[in-house]
Write a protein that binds this ligand. Structure first.
Ligand code: FE2
Length: 294
């Protein structure tokens, strides 16, 4: 291994030390990163001082970067030029915290719910990359849940039932869960039509099955609404039990890379009136022919 990989949590999540992402990566290095993320699900690359172009180049090694979903929102001004970059921040154009009712802040409220990126669209998100630019003195962690470990902990009987189920995912649904979160506008409704995903996916890199869940999961196809909701709530609660969760406490220079096909995540609160928190996100799409994608 041309760099050091240290497992941080007993089940998943590792730290990568000794890799400089300002440099281009050879095929061998890219393969080593893929092997590491297949095993650990989430990687934190420490001590990176990369710019937006270097983040995009690194992301592109692992798939096609998706355009930011904020481009569909007509009343949302963007600070970043590149369409593949999402501005995960509470920072206005002058560098100050956004007001509590600023559209960009309201738009981001759903990131506080457990989710996988882009499960409501096809192709869905494969890997997400999140780079720290400014961090609050307190709070603002990102939590992750290991969906392969959650699957492993289910009884064989339960697994057998779940394997056959399909789930409708919808951005309109997850937005409806948080008071103050704006409903989809017309352009978003056209772009983000609900889509159906398998409830259980076999992770192509590791061969391990995992639950594929998110707050975007609206209903299980073919089940009555009450039974569907009950089962989804039960599975979300099970998959986010403390033993499956790791809270990432950000350090300056951190770049996180996670696999949306086998993890969930959520943003934790911080004092948004007092502190600035600024991160850059890129997400690469999974290939539609991948096993387990339909
Ligand atoms: Fe996310």
């Amino acid at each position: 291994m041309p760099f050091q990989v240290n497992r941080i949590h007993p089940l998943f999540f590792a730290e990568v030390v000794g890799l400089d992402l300002r440099q281009e990566l050879s095929e061998a290095m890219r393969s080593a990163v893929t092997a590491a993320i297949d095993t650990h699900g989430v990687l934190v690359f420490r001590d990176q001082a990369i710019d937006d172009e270097q983040q995009l180049r690194f992301s592109s090694y692992f798939g096609q970067p998706q355009r930011s979903i904020t481009l569909q929102r007509q009343n949302l001004e963007r600070r970043l030029q590149r369409e593949e970059l999402s501005d995960i921040s509470n920072v206005d154009e002058h560098g100050f915290p956004l007001g509590v009712d600023h559209p960009r802040r309201l738009y981001a409220l759903t990131t506080k719910l457990w989710h996988t990126d882009s499960s409501f669209r096809k192709p869905s998100g494969k890997y997400t990359f999140l780079c720290a630019k400014s961090l609050p003195e307190q709070g603002g962690n990102t939590e992750f849940a290991d969906m392969r470990a959650a699957w492993d902990a289910l009884s064989p009987q339960k697994q057998q039932v779940l394997r056959t189920l399909q789930v409708q995912h919808s951005l309109a649904f997850s937005r409806s869960l948080i008071p103050g979160s704006p409903p989809l506008d017309e352009a978003e409704r056209r772009s983000f039509v609900p889509c159906v995903q398998p409830l259980v996916r076999v992770h192509p890199g590791s061969g391990r099955p995992g639950l594929y869940l998110a707050s975007h999961a609206e209903r299980i196809v073919g089940l009555p609404d009450d039974k569907s909701r009950q089962l989804l709530d039960e599975l979300m609660a099970f998959a986010t039990r403390p033993e499956f969760v790791h809270a990432h406490v950000w350090r300056p220079g951190d770049l996180l890379m996670w696999d949306n096909r086998c993890t969930m995540h959520r943003a934790m609160p911080f004092d948004e009136t007092k502190y600035v928190r600024e991160l850059r996100r890129t997400t690469v799409a999974e290939e539609l022919h991948e096993p387990g994608t339909s």
